[in-house]
Design a protein around this ligand. Structure first.
Ligand code: GLY
Ligand code: MN
Ligand code: MN
Length: 438
């Protein structure tokens, strides 16, 4: 299917309009550098999310420049055609084909960037730049600014302000457009299938990495370029280690397996966690904690609708979990006391979700002027309560090493939310049925 560039052009036009409304100026948005893994071998290349959001262009060594004003312009700086390099590294568009394919007003060789910035920044009121993220780009932008200042005697003036371009793009990225939602739904479907496959492949005696391999195979065979983040495949005690990524343990009968894994598709992340018994049948204590986390997730999901506070879901999940910890004898005191003192944090120590999009922990503020922001249609967020019960004095042994997180991805709709990861088995009955079919 040919790439539809119209959403990317529309985003450039919106950003240009926002810049113009803020007084005008020039935005400089570079993509990510290639990074060495060891000696002369690079990591698989991943473009910068901000750059990709506005361009759809996936090559390294590229910079988008947007010039706001009465005649707004988008200019791509990119690598030139190079037959020798293309024999070794593969096709590159070159400026002419890139301008045509991606709908820029102009495209130029990347080697011309510094010189062109000197011209483009003259007599502009502001530079919009990712201030403070990449020292090399801070220096390069300062150098460009100084080149314009050096021409003062010719009568031109240099931009008087450097403004953070990311904060403008963050607000745009928070509300997904139709193209983004379509991609995120496909990513979610692929990841849901991978979790179903993981449930079918887990068994006592197998190693965590065998299950991880099933996930990766399922991602790739559906066209996902990579996992959106390092998969967590954590059995037994590992399920209580929030960022466990070793994935090298042999799974034992009677243990739980927590899998936090999601694919990236065309730049967009999915993020799903499921926790299930390695042998396919929940024990009594495992089921009790699982049902509690599931109820907490349902309470959080019920709070997701336009106009609701970002934090309402976390508060709802925390109350359900805390009452459950009291009922299970894990903590003492009243619900309000336990919330007030934070004693529930022994078993639930993270927040209930985050924005999701091009980055797994996506761009966008959570508070505005000190207040939790409210949800809007088009936001995508995760809902991921959990309970992690490590061996400890005063904790009944029956619960030791039960680590459970249940994580889905929610799209805020006009009336509530749509769980786009719904195809991932979640109830005890559904999980046991999938695993019974192994
Ligand atoms: N997988 C990362 C997260 O759940 O936040
Ligand atoms: Mn998450
Ligand atoms: Mn996750």
């Amino acid at each position: 299917m040919p790439l539809d560039i119209s959403p990317f052009q529309a985003r450039r036009a919106r950003l240009l309009a926002t810049m113009q409304a803020a007084g005008g100026g020039v935005a400089i948005i570079p993509t990510a550098p290639e990074r060495l893994r060891n000696r002369d071998t690079s990591y698989a290349y991943r473009f910068d999310s901000y750059f990709y959001y506005l361009t759809a262009f996936r090559e390294p060594e590229a910079v988008l420049v947007l010039v706001a004003g009465d005649a707004p312009r988008s200019i791509l700086f990119c690598r030139t055609k190079d037959m020798e390099r293309e024999i070794w590294d593969g096709y590159r568009f070159g400026p002419d084909a890139a301008r045509e394919a991606f709908g820029f007003d102009e495209a130029r060789p990347i080697a011309e960037l510094d010189e062109q910035l000197g011209l483009l920044l003259a007599n502009q009121p502001a530079i919009f730049h990712s201030v403070g993220y990449e020292p090399e780009w801070d220096r390069r932008v300062a150098d460009a600014l100084n080149r314009v200042r050096a021409q003062a005697r010719t009568g031109c003036h240099a931009p008087g302000q450097i403004r953070d371009v990311r904060s403008l793009i963050d607000e745009m990225r928070l509300v997904k457009d139709a193209a983004e939602i379509a991609t995120m739904r496909r990513a979610a479907d692929i990841s849901a299938g991978a979790h179903r496959r993981a449930m079918r492949s887990a068994r006592p005696g197998a190693f965590e990495y065998e299950v991880e391999a099933e996930l990766i195979h399922e991602f790739r065979r559906h066209g996902s370029q990579a996992p959106a983040y390092t998969s967590i495949v954590a059995s037994g005690p590992g399920a209580c280690v929030l960022h466990y990524i070793e994935n090298d343990r042999q799974m034992q009968d009677g243990e739980l397996l927590l899998i936090d894994a999601g694919c990236e598709l065309d730049g967009y992340a999915s993020d799903i966690t499921r926790s299930f018994p390695v042998n396919g049948r929940f024990s009594g204590p495992q089921k009790a904690v699982y049902e509690l986390v599931l109820a907490a997730q349902a309470a959080a999901i019920a709070e997701i609708r336009p106009g609701a506070s970002w934090n309402a879901g976390h508060d709802a999940a925390t109350r359900v979990l805390t009452q459950g910890f009291i009922d299970l004898g894990l903590i003492k005191g009243s619900l309000d006391d336990a919330i007030e003192s934070g004693s529930y944090r022994q078993f639930y120590m993270h927040r209930t979700g985050h924005w999701l999009g091009l980055d797994v922990h996506d761009a966008g503020e959570y508070k505005l002027a000190g207040e939790w922001r409210t949800l809007a249609a088009g936001n995508v967020l995760t809902v991921e309560p959990g309970a992690y019960i490590r061996p400890a004095d005063g904790v009944p042994e029956a619960f030791w090493n039960i680590g459970i997180r249940i994580e889905d991805d929610a799209l805020v709709t006009d009336t509530g939310c749509d769980i786009i990861t719904i195809a991932t088995p979640k109830s005890v009955a559904d999980i046991e049925a999938v695993m019974a079919g192994r």
